[in-house]
Design a protein around this ligand. Structure first.
Ligand code: CDP
Length: 220
C-alpha cells in the first residue's frame, strides 16, 4: 500500500528587499497552499535582540560566537508559523524594535550567524512543506528548489509601506548592507521569478505566484 507520508518536502522561496511585501505575501501564500510559513528574518532578528540584551555589539564577532555557542535557540511552530525561543524566552514582541532594525543587518553578515539560521531552516524542511521568506532562500539556503520568487517594489513604495507601519527603519541603509555583504548577499537567483508588487494587492501577488506554481507542476 502506498504510504500517505511523503519522504520529501517542498520549499517555496520568497526573497526580496526590506518592505517589498514579502511577509504578507509569504504568510498568505502558505495559508492558501497549506504549507508552513517560515520567516527567516525573524530568526536573524531574534538573534540580534538576544545579543543586544546581553550588551554585545554587532561588530564584536568573538563575543557573539561565544554567546551563541551557549545559547539555546529553539525553532518551533505555532499556528502553522515559525516561532523562535532563545534560552526559553520568546522575543516576538521585540523583533521590530528600533535597535533591532538598526543592528540586524550587521549581525546577519556574520558567517556563524548565517550557518545557525541555515541549519534551523533545514530542520523545518525535514518534516514540512514550507514557504520561506528572506534574502538568500532561493540563492543559497534552498538553492535546489525550483520554486523561487523575488518580490520587489519601487524604493518610494517601500519607504511608504514601512512608514505606514509606524516603524523607524532605515531600509535604504539595511538594503545597502544586505546587497553588498560578502556572505550570502541579497541577489536575484538566476532561476527566480521576479514580481514587482508596487501596484499589486497582496492577493494579486499571491494569485500570480500560485498560477506560476501550478504551471510549474507543483501538486497542491
Ligand atoms: O521585514 P523586512 O524585510 O524589513 O526584514 P526581515 O525579513 O525581517 O529581515 C531583517 C534583516 O535580516 C535583513 O535586513 C537582513 O539583514 C537579515 N536577513 C538575512 O540576512 N537573510 C535572510 N534570509 C533574512 C533576513
Amino acid at each position: 500500500m502506498r504510504s500517505l507520508q511523503r519522504d520529501f518536502h517542498r520549499q517555496v522561496a520568497i526573497d526580496g528587499p526590506a518592505a517589498s511585501g514579502k511577509s504578507s505575501v509569504a504568510r498568505e501564500l502558505a495559508r492558501r497552499l497549506g504549507f508552513i510559513y517560515v520567516n527567516s528574518g525573524a530568526i536573524y532578528r531574534a538573534i540580534t535582540w538576544y545579543l543586544l540584551q546581553k550588551g554585545i555589539h554587532a561588530e564584536d564577532s568573538d563575543r557573539i560566537a561565544h554567546a551563541l555557542e551557549s545559547a539555546a535557540i529553539t525553532c518551533c511552530l505555532q499556528d502553522s508559523e515559525s516561532r523562535i525561543l532563545i534560552d526559553n524566552v520568546d522575543p516576538a514582541d521585540h523583533l521590530r524594535d528600533d535597535r533591532v532594525n538598526e543592528s540586524v543587518a550587521r549581525v546577519s553578515r556574520l558567517p556563524l550567524v548565517r550557518q545557525i539560521v541555515g541549519q534551523k531552516l533545514h530542520e523545518y524542511a525535514r518534516s514540512h512543506d514550507l514557504v520561506v521568506e528572506g534574502r538568500d532562500i532561493g540563492s543559497v539556503v534552498f538553492r535546489e528548489t525550483p520554486y523561487k520568487f523575488y518580490v520587489d517594489a519601487s524604493p518610494e513604495v517601500r519607504l511608504r509601506r514601512r512608514a505606514a507601519q509606524g516603524e523607524r527603519d532605515e531600509i535604504t541603509l539595511r538594503d545597502h548592507a544586505d546587497f553588498s555583504r560578502p556572505v550570502s548577499p541579497l541577489v536575484i537567483a538566476e532561476d527566480a521569478h521576479v514580481i514587482d508588487t508596487s501596484r499589486l494587492t497582496i492577493e494579486g501577488v499571491v494569485n500570480k505566484i500560485i498560477a506560476r506554481l501550478k504551471q510549474m507542476g507543483l501538486q497542491i
